[in-house]
Design a protein around this ligand. Structure first.
Ligand SMILES: [Fe+2]
Length: 393
């Protein structure tokens, strides 16, 4: 009885945290100041280097909104750390969650592929998204995860099972994003088939004959199911209340089709022409951080830096390297001569694209999802990460 009473009291007690003498990265500017966080929400923002009693002195370190990641393959990497290795899923999800937290990511849309090819052998894909999503949501329900998770269903139209896999998800599954993908050889990401050949031969150990067979099979699948799968994806995204994204748009004509579907977010357009068409249609352009850091795309498509210089890049995703997200935002800050603008591509801009109004900037009433970092010779060093005011890394 006494213990129960104490627990209730503790639960009702106000939790306060003051982070002072920070270089705050606000909308459009950086400024020295302090944040007061009450019950996980930003309650006050003040200017100056003063460190009040009870506050933490950040010693001038940057304090940014927690990063928002819309498209990461990182969970898949933890589930299958080597080809054919199925790591215990709960452990993999927890490791993935902790890894993202350590890089400053406080909100993630975990990408999972829907649309498998069970009849393919080396070129096949097994169905996994529904089960993995349930496992992730269960851990989240038990409060076992550090950061905020949503689902990003990658709807692969060049597959055998897309429509039935999507039908297994509901409005309660936190599906925040559905991306319409078409990886049929000879177009979009794989316009240059030699890049696909390099990728699948090294990853799946295909021979020349197997590769020719694989390409023919995928083209058949597209012809057989493509239109049906595309229509199902548009309808199912609306049923989930999810934002619909396009993927690897290459031509202005493809972007016009995307716009007709109500798409407002384009993942990794492969040409400047497509990125420009996106802006003409009011579609936000997202590019991969590894592309920006490496100075080009591994599939030979347009360089993210080129789009940044053309003012055609709005959002960055870490894609397959979580730590690259902060690195890329800092690099964009250098390219544009405006750190706050660089950071906005991984905070405010992704929040806006997926309709999350409670986070993405340091402002009164927003979630206290925060990232403290320093810079060592231009390389960002995450020093502390908070989710709703609780330290998670
Ligand atoms: Fe792609």
């Amino acid at each position: 009885m006494g213990l129960l009473y104490l627990e209730r009291c503790e639960f009702q007690m106000t939790q306060e945290l003051i982070l002072a003498n920070a270089t705050l990265i606000l909308a459009g500017e950086t400024r020295t100041g302090a944040l007061r966080i009450v019950d996980g929400v930003i309650a006050d923002i003040s200017e100056g280097a003063a460190v009040p009693a009870g506050a933490q002195d950040l010693g001038g370190d940057f304090l940014a909104p927690g990063l928002i990641e819309l498209h990461t393959d990182n969970l898949e990497r933890h589930i299958e750390p080597r080809p054919g290795v199925d790591w215990p899923h709960a452990a993999a999800i927890i490791a993935h969650d902790a890894e993202l937290a350590s890089t400053g990511i406080t909100t993630v849309f975990d990408a999972m592929r829907c649309g498998s090819i069970p009849s393919g052998k080396k070129g096949g894909y097994k169905k996994y998204a529904r089960q993995l999503a349930s496992e992730m949501l269960e851990l989240r329900g038990k409060d076992m995860l550090k950061i905020s998770h949503f689902l990003h269903l990658r709807a692969e139209v060049c597959s055998e099972t897309l429509a039935e896999e999507l039908s297994e998800f509901t409005e309660q599954d936190r599906v925040g994003l559905v991306s319409l993908m078409d990886h049929t050889p000879g177009q979009r990401q794989f316009r240059d088939i030699s890049k696909l050949e390099q990728y699948v031969k090294s990853k799946r150990g295909m021979s020349d004959a197997e590769f020719i067979d694989h390409v023919a099979r995928l083209k058949d699948l597209r012809a057989q199911y493509g239109d049906l799968h595309e229509a199902a994806t548009v309808a199912e995204a609306a049923r989930f209340g999810a934002v619909l994204a396009s993927h690897d748009d290459t031509t202005a004509a493809q972007v016009a089709v995307s716009a007709g579907y109500g798409i407002r977010l384009a993942e990794f357009p492969t040409t400047a022409e497509a990125a420009r068409a996106c802006h003409d249609h009011g579609i936000a352009v997202m590019m991969g951080a590894p592309n920006l850091i490496r100075g080009g795309s591994h599939s030979g498509n347009v360089a993210a830096q080129e789009l940044a210089e053309l003012e055609l890049l709005d959002i960055v995703s870490s894609d397959y390297i979580p730590a690259a997200l902060l690195q890329a935002a800092v690099k964009l800050g250098e390219i544009w001569g405006d750190l706050a603008r660089g950071i906005a591509t991984v905070t405010a801009a992704p929040a806006r694209a997926v309709g999350l109004t409670d986070r993405g900037e340091i402002a009164l009433g927003k979630r206290a999802d925060l990232l403290r970092f320093g810079l060592g010779e231009g390389t960002p060093m995450p020093r502390a990460v908070y989710s709703r005011g609780q330290r998670v890394a």
